[in-house]
Write a protein that binds this ligand. Structure first.
Ligand code: SF4
Length: 270
């Protein structure tokens, strides 16, 4: 089933869990009240266009066709135009616009293409939608893994494509919630008897673009922590507990800032 279909029914996901834990009101405005965002951050749209480009690269690779760098630039230009052109709701960061991000994306993809190591992994899934349930949780966890591969020894390598403004620390990689969810999803969907390695392929938007790959693994303790957190989040959502967190890194550029301010000025839910 496609991810869009899985999302039609009540569910949790890595991003909804992340939203709830980062700021309960952000979760409520977007996923309970379903309010339209006041703007869309350029980074979100840019990341989508890069993501679609990498997806196309691997779909071609699966058929035995390796796209050239020129192809990659052409594919990105197409996705960038389709995703961003003419959308007034996109809020560009200072000094950025449609054209500068087109150039930046092209540069970043050049670095990615030149630095991507050649490997003999076999592709077994691209944009693989998943759904799984946990005991005691009435709704499923859904999502999609960007890339699933297998090495010669049968180890599963799950990759998530990321576009970031900075490098990640080892600690951030090792504690990343999304990756723990992917490991649980893989185990629940036919890979429970395999070794699983998790990887971020990260295109970094520094002045001089960088490409970094980070490998990580998850233990039983990581899985147990995740399961407990998911139950706690669901308990909070079910009880209508949505705590605003204006200390969050999301606060400064929150797309619900005006509605959030109005909620406070009007006395909240009192
Ligand atoms: S403005 Fe701040 S407190 Fe309000 S929803 Fe957004 S992140 Fe949360």
């Amino acid at each position: 089933m496609e991810l869009s279909e899985l999302r039609q029914k009540p569910h949790l996901s890595a991003s909804s869990l992340g939203d709830y834990m980062e700021c309960g009101m952000l979760y409520r405005f977007s996923r309970v009240d379903r309010l339209p965002m006041e703007f869309v951050a350029d980074s979100l749209v840019f990341g989508t266009a890069i993501h679609k480009t990498l997806e196309d690269f691997y779909r071609e690779k699966l058929t035995g066709n390796k796209l050239t760098l020129k192809d990659i630039h052409r594919v990105f230009e197409k996705h960038w135009h389709e995703t961003a052109e003419g959308r007034d709701e996109i809020r560009y960061a200072e000094g950025k616009d449609f054209k500068t991000l087109l150039m930046q994306g092209t540069d970043m993809l050049s670095v990615w293409y030149q630095r991507l190591p050649e490997d003999a992994f076999r592709i077994i899934g691209i944009e693989n939608a998943f759904s799984f349930t946990l005991p005691g949780l009435p709704i499923p966890l859904v999502g999609a893994m960007d890339l699933i591969e297998e090495d010669d020894s049968g180890t599963i390598v799950i990759t998530d494509f990321k576009t970031s403004g900075r490098s990640y620390s080892a600690d951030e990689i090792d504690r990343n919630l999304q990756m723990t969810i992917y490991q649980c999803a893989a185990k629940a969907n036919g890979f429970s008897n395999r070794e699983i390695i998790l990887r971020f392929d990260c295109l970094i938007k520094t002045l001089k673009p960088k490409f970094e790959q980070y490998y990580t693994v998850r233990t039983e303790v990581d899985e147990a922590r995740l399961i407990k957190k998911i139950h706690s989040v669901w308990h909070g959502i079910s009880a209508g507990v949505f705590i605003p967190n204006d200390q969050s890194f999301r606060h400064k550029n929150c797309p619900y800032r005006n509605v959030c301010d109005a909620w406070f000025l009007n006395g909240g839910d009192e």
